[in-house]
Design a protein around this ligand. Structure first.
Ligand code: ATP
Ligand code: MG
Length: 453
């Protein structure tokens, strides 16, 4: 899209989460390298239509909503069309679609994501997006004419690094955690979102996405690309949902059903309840024989062999102690106290995850911390997370090293689309190290080696 001499690159992030299914449209001003949110259309995944006779249920959300390839495609297609209508653009004006899902709990092993991503592609096709807008361009000529002059495809190619970070890989190329792609997008999105703040969120960094599930990355300071040296996994907002189910005495409820409220305080009682709740929560380094933690399939052996730290969050074993949390929820008497308690519970999960990263020797003082996902940024959480961070004493200036970003994953989709098509902006780089410049030169050098060696 071109408007007033500005070239906008429009990306749709389509995402089937365990709680919400979203189409988020962003427009990146390629001259400035900044991304604007255009429209966000959110539906509840549990309202997906029921499987029809003859369809195969190929997956289910963490709380058991059944999904078929066709039902996923329909909800995704509807979401894209609705989002474009609300934004006042046509589907044809979308330049690129990035698909992802956090619905991975039913996988046998971490690499089973393929079919789901195909169902998302079916949805995009139903909405009228051609397949060419879902795969990286190989040469500039494959890109829309208006964006060609911004593409560096004749200098660098897409080699799998997104916003200057390489994915974690076991030595055999095995996937480490099932929702790694979401961790990758969220990390990239926090890097972009942080551009609007005074926190430099380039590498090395720690990203945490508290959706229904918990995911994220730890990156190191290698150049030109940082390596992923750690991953988070397990339960995130699912913990808040379970407490809420008890409070509302409703089996399919989730924290997202609570009436919006902002004028509540966080007092002693919320801290006491959180302490009770945390007795049932495990936040720990995964042992090397672990295959599933907090319902998320993992390959802890491959992680250990590659020196990658896996930190997980669970309630008992794969949610086995959810019942205890529901009981505590049922005793909370008013919603203000519930909201305050959920905020403290999540802040303490953040603290414990960080403590593991530190005690395992993966923390560096020059690391930035980035948080996204509803269960990490709503209510009083940013303030409470910062208080926990101050209390840990890891930084001289904690507030300069932590950033909260909404819709991290969708922003990451916009970044991923740009990386795939080499639409970076050397004046406003996302890759490289904190407080340093662009790494384009080093990338070119590295990639020229791919051909000569
Ligand atoms: N006030 C709140 N406190 C804690 N958690 C909340 C609150 N409001 C919503 N949540 C939780 O946040 C989660 C939803 O966040 P989000 O939409 O980012 O996840 P998702 O993308 O659907 O899940 P996933 O990425 O794991 O597939 C739900 O578990 C929801 O209940
Ligand atoms: Mg999500």
């Amino acid at each position: 899209m071109e408007a007033g001499g500005i070239t906008l690159f429009v990306v749709a992030s389509v995402e089937v989460g365990n709680t919400t299914t979203k189409c988020i449209l962003t427009a990146t001003d390629l001259g400035l390298g900044k991304t604007f949110l255009v429209n966000k259309t959110v539906k509840l995944t549990r309202n997906v239509r029921k499987p029809r006779i003859g369809e195969t249920v190929f997956g289910e959300t963490i709380f058991g909503t059944p999904l078929t390839r066709q039902s996923v495609a329909e909800i995704v297609g509807d979401c894209i069309i609705e989002s474009c209508n609300k934004a006042g653009i046509s589907v044809a004006e979308i330049d690129f679609v990035v698909r992802s899902t956090g619905v991975v709990a039913h996988f046998e092993n971490p690499s089973d994501i393929g079919t789901f991503i195909q169902a998302l592609a079916d949805g995009a096709l139903l909405a009228g997006v051609p397949p060419s807008k879902m795969v990286p361009a190989v040469t500039k000529e494959n890109l829309p004419e208006k964006v060609r002059r911004y593409s560096l495809l004749d200098k660098v190619f897409f080699d799998g690094s997104v916003a200057g970070v390489l994915p974690p890989r076991g030595s055999t190329g095995a996937e480490i955690v099932a929702n790694e792609m979401e961790g990758e997008l969220s990390t990239a999105g926090i890097k972009e979102g942080a551009k609007w703040t005074d926190v430099d969120f380039r590498n090395p960094c720690i990203s945490m996405d508290f959706g229904t599930t918990f995911k994220g990355r730890i990156t190191n300071d290698d150049l030109p690309y940082a390596r992923t040296i750690g991953n988070f996994c397990g339960l995130g907002g699912a913990i808040a949902d379970t407490i809420t189910k008890g409070f509302l005495k409703q089996k399919d409820a989730s924290a997202i059903d609570l009436k919006f409220e902002s004028d509540y305080g966080v007092g002693e009682e919320a801290f006491e309840l959180s302490e009770e709740i945390h007795k049932h929560i495990r936040v720990e380094k995964l042992s090397s024989n672990c295959k599933r933690f907090g319902k998320i399939p993992v390959n802890a052996k491959a992680a250990e062999d590659a020196g990658i730290l896996l930190v997980g969050c669970d309630v008992g074993d794969n949610g086995s102690k959810f019942g205890e949390l529901e009981k505590i929820g049922a005793e909370i008497r008013d919603q203000k106290l519930l909201l305050a308690t959920l905020d403290v519970v999540m802040a303490k999960i953040f603290r414990r995850a960080l403590e593991v990263v530190h005690s395992e020797g993966f923390f560096m003082e020059n690391m930035a911390i980035g948080i996204t996902g509803r269960a990490g940024i709503t209510g009083k959480k940013p303030w409470l997370f910062l208080e926990e961070l101050k209390d840990l004493g890891l930084y001289k200036k904690p507030e300069k090293n932590i950033v909260f970003v909404d819709d991290g994953l969708a922003r990451g989709a916009a970044v991923m689309a740009r990386c795939m098509n080499a639409l970076g902006n050397p004046k406003n780089p996302l890759g490289g190290l904190r407080m340093s410049g662009c790494v384009l030169g080093e990338r070119i050098k590295l990639q020229s080696g791919y051909f000569t060696s």
